[in-house]
Design a protein around this ligand. Sequence first.
Ligand code: PLP
Length: 364
Amino acid sequence: MRGFPIERIRAITFPPPPSIADVKGRADAGLVRMNLNESARAPSPKAMEAASLALLDANRYPDHECRVLAAAIAAKTGVPVDRMSFGNGSGEVLVAAAMVSIEPGDEAVMPAPTFPTCGKGVQIAGGRIVNVPLKPDGSNDIPAMLAAVTERTRLFYLCTPNNPTGGTIGSDDLRAAFKQVPDTCMLVVDEAYFEFASVEGGPDVLALLKERNGPWIVTRSFSKAYCMAGLRVGYALASDRDIAYGLWQLRPNFNLGRPALAAAAAAMHDEPYLQETLRLTITERRRLSEALIPMGFEAFPSFANFLTLRAPLPASELGRELEKKKILVQPLVWPDERGSLRITVDSRESTDRLVEALADLIKP
Ligand SMILES: Cc1ncc(COP(=O)(O)O)c(C=O)c1O
């Protein structure tokens, strides 16, 4: 007799995200949340106003075609609306990207460690993940990933900047990947943190993709630079309409709520607020690394709203001790057993509390 859930769903290896309880409907103000790569800032006031207005029609289903948001994205990216799809967070489009590409038994080449959700989609679809270790600087190792491609490879996932390490892929490596990944293979580029990298002179992935003949999907998020992690909006841009249609077919009906859609469109029109968020985040990231390096931490290059550092003590131990002080960070088992800490750039106050707590834990 068949057991449920079916075997390949039971076999999914990715755990759910850490859950943090709210207090009376608000994020717990007593906790320092530096573990989920959220923004310390509230969304743009224009986004909040648009979300409040949208609540007046919350008895009506939202616009499934996301027309207002799609027009804003088309204006900013130059990609036409019929080559887009939308998700309840970009995680949802990453699962869909895998599901439109993978048949049972197919292979997906992925960097390791990286953001897990596309890999989860591969497992849902019955595919096999082929992990390729990151370069020592924490970016995706393109030559090694290309060497891992076989005739069974149907998906090639890149994450730039890479979570959990923060490194970006250089233009030459991107060009090589876009040319050499076979046309029989879907190339997925996860750009959840692209605004941060882009303002620091990072490569223009969409422009470079013009050189690719084969299929591609780029995913982006409103959770990071647009400060909207709690509203859940992400989107995909695809190389052609058929792929976008496939992603669209996998969307549950009305998967983005009215307030979220309205806020995302308004946020995209508030360029000064975005630029200020990027400036504040990059300034605070510098402050964080300048405070931790003298304590014996070594920072990996980061082009995102988090910083990954090798700790002078085992990272998991430090993570546990910080949690006792109500400071949440993400310990990693990378690049070796001693591990690293991935620390989200939050407010000045959060940096100060973390630095004080670490000074206490690390003191000779
Ligand atoms: C690289 C990367 N991709 C995608 C996501 C998913 O973000 P969301 O579903 O909130 O858009 C994250 C979130 O941390 C991420 O780090």
